[in-house]
Design a protein around this ligand. Structure first.
Ligand SMILES: Cc1cc2nc3c(=O)[nH]c(=O)nc-3n(C[C@H](O)[C@H](O)[C@H](O)COP(=O)(O)O)c2cc1C
Length: 312
């Protein structure tokens, strides 16, 4: 059984990667995910300067979803670069750098620093839904802004031969067009999707649950939206996809690949199933492969597009 995946010429022992923002940015925590079976890591999104993020409460877990407004807290890109270097001294697993900024120009500058780290792929986070008061609407809602940022970052990353993936938002009404614009602007891949804008009201206190009031929805409730986004992008855009959103078990991951994902991001499931979630998901995928006589995971990418629905 072959679980290996090559994505943008980078070899992953399996397609399951830690999504950005989960489990911090230290080399030790990222290495732990690899030890626990992840095929690769995405670092927390890094900004030019360190950020403390929003005050508590910033996160809540419910039956089928998480809501968070962490507010992109991070130690800044320079410290992130050092952690990536340490990570690469500890293991040779692929690492995806993630950056965000408030303008096209600043994205270019953060990318310049991020690309001094030994990252394998650079992810451009233009889709965080919980920093609107500071940054306005996410750039991922506009084809022009998404393309301009992708172009600026690509220009920098190209000098270091680092491929870029732009991370998209499920709140853009035209995610396929945004993906297409980013691809035309030089993105080698897209990540679909970030959290969906949402909120929770605390009926006991009669207040919003989060200090930021609104936040990003993740976890199982997000999966059908993620699947549809991946499906639409695969159908219309010539870019490989890091399929992310609501993947909790092996079957979810298989569904994401059948919809068109090449890699599969896992975030909130770490909070539900612990860091062992990576090996558990991979084992569950292997069980599926055995049961369905699938020799290689690669063969599943986009396969649901050619099969007709069946009545069970
Ligand atoms: C607490 C938390 C923090 C996150 N921080 C980031 C971030 O810094 N950058 C980013 O691109 N996405 C961030 N995300 C979004 C995830 O990477 C992922 O796209 C989203 O949670 C959907 O996947 P999931 O349902 O597996 O969690 C964050 C998600 C959560 C739950």
């Amino acid at each position: 059984m072959n679980t290996q995946i090559t994505f943008l010429d980078v070899k992953f022992k399996n397609p399951i990667v830690l999504a950005s923002g989960i489990l911090g940015v230290t080399a030790a925590s990222m290495k732990r995910c690899i030890d626990m079976g992840a095929g690769g890591i995405t670092i927390k999104s890094l900004s030019m300067e360190p950020r403390t993020g929003h005050p508590n409460p910033t996160m809540g877990g419910f039956d089928n979803y998480f809501i968070n407004a962490v507010g992109l807290s991070n130690p800044g890109v320079e410290e992130g670069v050092e952690e990536v270097k340490k990570f690469k001294q500890m293991c040779d697993a692929p690492i995806i750098g993630s950056i965000f900024a408030g303008s096209v120009e600043e994205f270019g500058k953060v990318a310049e620093i991020m690309c001094t780290a030994p990252i394998d792929i650079l992810e451009i986070n233009i889709s965080c839904p919980n920093v609107g008061e500071e940054f306005g609407s996410p750039f991922a809602y506009s084809t022009e802004a998404a393309a301009a940022i992708t172009k600026a970052v690509k220009k920098v990353a190209k000098k270091k031969n680092i491929p870029v993936a732009t991370k998209l938002s499920p709140n853009a009404w035209n995610i396929t067009q945004i993906a297409e614009a980013c691809t035309r602007a030089g993105a080698n891949a897209v990540t679909a999707i970030n959290t969906a804008s949402g909120m929770v009201i605390n009926s006991d206190f009669q207040t919003p649950y989060l200090s930021n009031k609104v936040g990003g929805l993740s976890g199982p409730a997000l999966k059908p939206i993620a699947l549809k986004s991946v499906w639409d992008i695969y159908n219309n855009v010539d870019s490989p996809i890091i399929a992310t959103g609501g993947v909790t078990n092996g079957e979810d991951a298989i569904e994401m690949m059948l919809a068109g994902g090449t890699l599969v991001g896992v975030g909130s499931a770490v909070f539900w199933r612990g860091p062992e979630v990576f090996s558990k998901i991979v084992d569950e995928m292997k069980e599926y492969m055995k049961k369905n006589n699938v020799k290689s995971l690669k063969s599943l990418i986009g396969k649901a597009h050619t099969n007709k629905p069946k009545i069970r």
